[in-house]
Design a protein around this ligand. Structure first.
Ligand code: KG4
Ligand code: ZN
Length: 339
């Protein structure tokens, strides 16, 4: 291969309830399509069996559409990158089996990708507003994870703090469920919070050692508070929805920012980033950017690279391709894959 030849990676993401396929040319995204699975909102959460069936239905059309949008033939692809974990096993199996089939059929290398690493490397897709320099701290906040990661290079990173129970996204979604909002409630809390007073009600997260987090106590805190208020006034939630959302959101975001700052001071890092689905939260984005006035350089990925997407899988594929870090066909998806 000549030095100047560009590299095209096909990225496939099926870790949870979104089927996504992207085509990346060097660091540039040519297409990044996401087929959402609406079905889960009827059940108040992701139903694993339904998610894997929907991936099976969506994967071929999503691949075709993404390739067409990128004006790319399968034969032009240099490698196939796919999510190997963490995630739901039935969902991971669909993407990984498909990627392996493509790799064998096309005789192109296969690259297994860690979904959490992908959330972080989403920052290196070239159409982002700003790209972090090393070392930086990344607060990765999603439906399943809450981590502070010290990132020293594209493929060299270390978790220095994490949740000991629920993830931040879970705290949003479970609180939203108690407020009778449909799943996933995180974006709705964000929406209603914009109209509410964040100081209206006081909630608390758990106290933990070091750079860790604990969000499971928050849901009990919210639950007991709501029960007490509803006993006095059945309409309490409806009457106070905006203030409840703003207060819950503030409690979660306060804790995330506090621990990120503590980590920055401890590790003497001046460059900060957020990633994962919860980094789409407008309050978290504003509060992070406010830290620039304290001398930090702050980075937020483009909105479409925050929630689950295949562009982030493809960018990890690109860096692994450059370091010739390929995977064997006998690779087994790992639902609890660590960073
Ligand atoms: O990274 P992601 O798309 O999937 C996982 O890997 O888990 O994150 C999904 C999570 C959900 O909990 C969802 O409610 C939350 O991200 N989320 C938000 C917002 N947008 C997505 N939470 C708060 N505010 C938002 N705007
Ligand atoms: Zn994710």
């Amino acid at each position: 291969m000549g030095v100047n030849k560009s590299i095209k990676i096909l990225g496939i993401e099926t870790s949870c309830d979104d089927t996504s396929v992207a085509v990346l040319k060097d660091g540039e995204i040519l297409s990044n399509l996401v087929a959402n699975q609406k079905i889960h909102s009827d059940f108040g959460g992701v139903v694993p069996e339904l998610a894997s069936r929907a991936h099976q239905q969506n994967i071929i059309p999503t691949i075709h559409q993404s390739l067409a949008l990128a004006k790319t033939e399968l034969t032009d692809i240099d490698a196939i990158a796919y999510t190997n974990g963490p995630g739901l096993l039935g969902s991971l199996l669909v993407g990984s089996s498909f990627a392996k089939g493509l790799s064998l059929g096309l005789d192109k290398p296969l690259i297994a990708v860690n979904h959490m690493q992908a959330h972080i490397l989403a920052h290196f897709i070239l159409d982002n507003e700003s790209i972090p320099t090393f070392p930086f701290l990344c607060l990765t906040v999603s439906g399943g994870h809450t981590q502070i990661v010290l990132v020293e290079d594209h493929l060299k990173m270390r978790v220095i703090g994490q949740t000991i129970d629920d993830a931040a996204g879970e705290a949003f979604d479970k609180s939203a469920k108690m407020l009778r909002l449909p799943y996933p409630g995180g974006p709705l809390i964000d929406k209603y919070a914009k109209l509410g007073n964040p100081e209206a009600f006081k909630f608390k997260t758990g106290k933990v050692e070091g750079l860790n987090f604990s969000f499971s106590g928050l849901k009990t805190n919210v639950l007991y508070f709501l029960k007490k208020q509803m006993a006095k006034d059945e309409q309490f939630i409806d009457k106070n929805l905006n203030d409840l959302c703003a207060s819950i959101q503030k409690t979660i975001v306060d804790d995330l920012i506090k621990q990120l700052l503590k980590a920055a001071k401890k590790h003497k890092v001046k460059s900060l980033a957020i990633a994962g689905g919860v980094s789409a939260n407008s309050e978290l984005r504003t509060r992070l950017m406010n830290l620039e006035s304290e001398g930090y350089t702050c980075h937020i990925p483009k909105f479409e690279y925050c929630t689950d997407n295949a562009a982030m899988i493809a960018i990890v594929g690109y860096y692994k391709f450059l370091s010739k870090d390929f995977s064997g066909i006998n690779q087994v998806p790992n639902p609890r894959m660590k960073l």
